[in-house]
Design a binder for this molecule. Structure first.
Ligand code: PLP
Length: 391
């Protein structure tokens, strides 16, 4: 840990915890202490840590072929793209390495598509207050939270911000420069903010009327986290572009941009690329992860456990007046407090349970989708103990 302070760039305020092993819903530190992990590497380990099928796929692929250039066809890349398209609205996939990069690709494609069809001045993208889309300069600009912008001006031109869940604000914001609307179907980093009923459908209709692309960032809520493979599937709509990363390859870095028919033609060979994007190792892991997610009842478990967890959190809310709201869907759940939550995360860690806090006062729970009722009840008991301690 001392060497980390000395040699690793200090972009994270780290907890004094060094994790060396993981299995299912559990991780272990250097001293062998076991922790129940309700962070899942921030919505990465949806299948649990070290899922045997993902481990095996990585081992087998590493022995065969770790990397080749995208100048050549890559077998697991083709298989993963095929499976993603079969299970979504998309008809093409662009692979990259992270959520930010997937969103960067979506921004570039939306601009190119609109400029080709509607003229050079069609480049503006409307995003939502309290959104989070990544840390590259364009995705940072798309992220409508000032705290992330500080020190990085000038930002990328061509973004406009409106409040989340406000259809009127979108109508007012659209002008002759607008090319797309981009949002998370549930805002994760922004405090687990859910869309109100009919909001996404209204956005879809407005985009259709105005000829705009609807870009959904499912980097955090995709791959089963809400109880369906993709969060948009709850809403009876389809996006034009959708971004994925985090849990897509069971913990191996990957990103993907899913593209609706007709739009991907705006990317011609050479227009956009990534050296590592869709490489054999990452996509072999992705193929194993997606197959396991679809075949092992994880979506059903996520729905069931999500409902149980939500109702248990509501019980906690009733007992403690400083709990303002419980919100979320499936196994992305947030508990908004009338006070800072950072110290509570440390208290839970002392009880060997990992949780997260976002926006300063929203406890965020992101357990693996294989979580059991007993594990949820254990977290609730610990949370109540911690809450009683501060009453
Ligand atoms: C919704 C959303 N989009 C994009 C990102 C950025 O992903 P990455 O850190 O892989 O670049 C995140 C990361 O938390 C996210 O939650």
């Amino acid at each position: 840990m001392r060497l980390s302070e000395e040699y690793v760039a200090q972009t994270y305020a780290r907890y004094p915890l060094l994790l060396v092993r993981g299995k299912g819903t559990r991780v272990w530190d250097l001293e062998g202490n076991e922790y129940l992990d309700f962070v899942s590497g921030l919505a990465v380990c949806n299948l649990g840590h070290c899922h045997p099928k993902v481990v095996k796929a990585i081992q087998d692929q590493a022995e065969k072929l770790i990397h080749v250039s995208n100048f050549y066809y890559i077998e697991p890349q083709i298989q993963l793209a095929t499976l993603l398209c079969k299970h979504s609205f998309a008809d093409k996939v662009f692979f990259c390495n992270s959520g930010a990069e997937a969103n960067e690709g979506a921004i570039k494609l939306a601009r190119k598509y609109a400029k080709e069809r509607r003229g050079e001045d069609r480049y503006e993208i409307i995003t939502m207050e309290n959104s989070f889309h990544g840390r590259t300069l364009a995705t940072l600009t798309a992220t409508a939270q000032e705290k992330y912008h500080k020190g990085y001006a000038p930002l990328v031109p061509g973004f406009k911000y409106i409040p989340f869940n406000d259809v009127g604000a979108l109508k007012n914001a659209i002008d002759s420069k607008t090319c797309a609307v981009m949002l998370e179907p549930i805002q994760g980093e922004g405090g687990v903010n859910c869309p109100s009923k009919g909001y996404l459908r209204a956005l879809r209709e407005i985009c259709d009327e105005e000829g705009l692309l609807l870009i959904l960032d499912e980097v955090q809520v995709g791959m089963g986290r809400t109880g369906k493979l993709f969060a948009y599937q709850h809403e009876g709509i389809e996006p034009d572009l959708l971004t994925l990363a985090k849990s897509l390859a069971g913990g191996v870095p990957i990103g993907a941009l899913l593209i609706k028919e007709g739009i991907s033609d705006s990317f011609k060979p050479g227009d956009h690329a990534s050296t590592f994007g869709g490489n054999p190792l990452a996509t072999a892991a992705g193929l194993a992860a997606l197959t396991a997610l679809l075949e092992e009842g994880m979506l059903e478990n996520c729905q069931k456990m999500g409902d149980h967890f939500f109702s248990r959190l509501l019980e906690v809310k009733k007992k403690f007046s400083f709990v303002k709201e419980v919100r979320g869907r499936g196994l992305i759940l947030g508990m908004e407090l009338n006070m800072e939550g950072g110290a509570l995360v440390k208290e839970m860690m002392g009880r060997r349970i990992l949780i997260n806090c976002t926006m300063g006062n929203v406890l965020r729970f992101l357990p693996p989708l294989i979580v059991t009722q007993e594990e949820i009840d254990q977290v609730i008991r610990a949370l109540e103990e911690v809450f009683e301690g501060i009453c």
